[in-house]
Design a binder for this molecule. Structure first.
Ligand code: IPM
Ligand code: MG
Length: 360
């Protein structure tokens, strides 16, 4: 099983090192190869996603990704910025289905900024479309406009766009995920999040999701405007089961959902293409402000490795072993700074990884 390991920038290298440690003790025939990506690749090769890194990723069964980005690159031309590496990987590999579960671990109920009763037992799944929408729509750019109300004024524009097949395939992913959850005793309902009251793109989204939903009579479907969804997520998060939405709304709502669980440092994610080839990364970013201090939480990346074993490598048992080991370490009271509370034991990034290895 070939894994491309792309640690990236900031805390990326620290947290990926811990996940690799964990993967190495499973006794599986994993072939891991590491390459530079993001700002690190820009420094070494002048490009955030060098050909060699892209090729390694394409040839792998799965990609374990850390994080990219640093404020120091904000002045670079957009195609050279670290973020283009992850966007380029998503687009080039066709990783259109992004799974961002928000699960509240019982031991961390107190770490959330919400009241415990609102989030205890929370287990929702955000499915974000990842290769379309305003992120990739053309045309986009900046120009001096010579018509309209403000002649000669500089303006910038992006295009929000979805094709029917793009919406259909992500809708199928959501309905199938809800069906699986139902079989596991969960509610099995899809909430499609849109802005159909204002945007043509999202009226279309709503229509197509509704149409696909007719093929899944066993799965309930409801629709919600994105502003209301943002509110409901903090008001009554447990009302959701599977949420499906476009690229940009999914970006925003998944950050919001992650904080319900106490820390974004706990949440893994998977981005899959039609062949189940996948990129696995923590939901959080490169956090340059805490990079190199050994305080980042490696659990989101370790749990991403578990998702990788489950979805792309067909190793359900190993995935469950990792998840159980993480639970065990939390039950022992070990906490990195982001989830620390009184009465628990502070652990560094490395100590947390070691503890998971030991639990395994
Ligand atoms: C994410 C990130 C990325 C995104 C950035 C780094 C391009 O915020 O994965 O959520 O906007 O998709
Ligand atoms: Mg984001």
């Amino acid at each position: 099983m070939k894994i491309a390991v792309l640690p990236g920038d900031g805390i990326g290298t620290e947290i990926v090192a811990e996940a690799v440690k964990v993967l190495n003790v499973l006794g599986l025939p994993l072939e891991m190869e590491t390459a530079l990506v993001g700002g690190a690749a820009y420094e070494a090769h002048g490009h955030p996603l060098p050909e060699s890194t892209l090729k390694l990723a394409k040839d792998a069964d799965a990609i374990l990704f850390g994080a990219v980005g640093d404020w120091k690159y904000d002045k670079l031309d957009r195609p050279l910025r670290p973020e283009q590496a992850i966007l380029g990987l998503r687009k080039n590999l066709g990783l259109f289905a992004n799974f961002r579960p928000a699960i509240c671990y019982e031991q961390l109920v107190g770490a959330s900024s919400l009241k415990p009763e609102l989030i205890s037992g929370l287990d929702i799944l955000i499915i974000r479309e990842l290769t379309g929408d305003i992120y990739f729509g053309q045309p986009r750019g900046r120009r001096i406009a010579s018509d309209g109300h403000f002649p000669g004024v500089e303006e910038a524009f992006d295009t929000m766009r979805y094709s029917k097949p793009e919406i259909e395939r992500i809708a199928h992913v959501a309905f199938q995920a809800a069906r699986k959850r139902k079989a596991m005793g969960k509610e099995g309902r899809v909430t499609s999040v849109d802005k159909a009251n204002v945007l043509e793109t999202f009226q279309f989204w709503k229509d197509v999701v509704t149409e696909v939903g007719q093929q899944y009579p066993d799965v309930a479907l409801d629709h919600m405007y994105v502003d209301n969804a943002a509110m409901q997520l903090v008001k009554e998060p447990k009302r959701f089961d599977v949420v499906v939405t476009g690229n940009m709304f999914g970006d925003i709502l998944s950050d919001e959902a992650s904080m319900l669980t106490g820390s974004i440092g706990m949440l893994p994610s998977a981005s899959l293409n039609a062949n189940n080839q996948g990129l696995y990364e923590p939901s959080h970013g490169s956090a340059p402000d805490i990079a190199g201090k050994g305080i980042a939480n490696p659990l989101a990346t370790i749990l991403s490795a578990a998702m990788m074993l489950r979805f792309s490598l067909n190793q359900e048992e190993a995935a469950q072993r990792i998840e159980a080991a993480v639970q065990k370490v939390l039950a022992q009271g070990l906490r990195t700074a982001d989830i620390y509370s009184e009465g628990t034991t502070r652990a560094s990034t490395c100590e947390m990884g070691d503890a998971v290895v030991k639990a395994l």
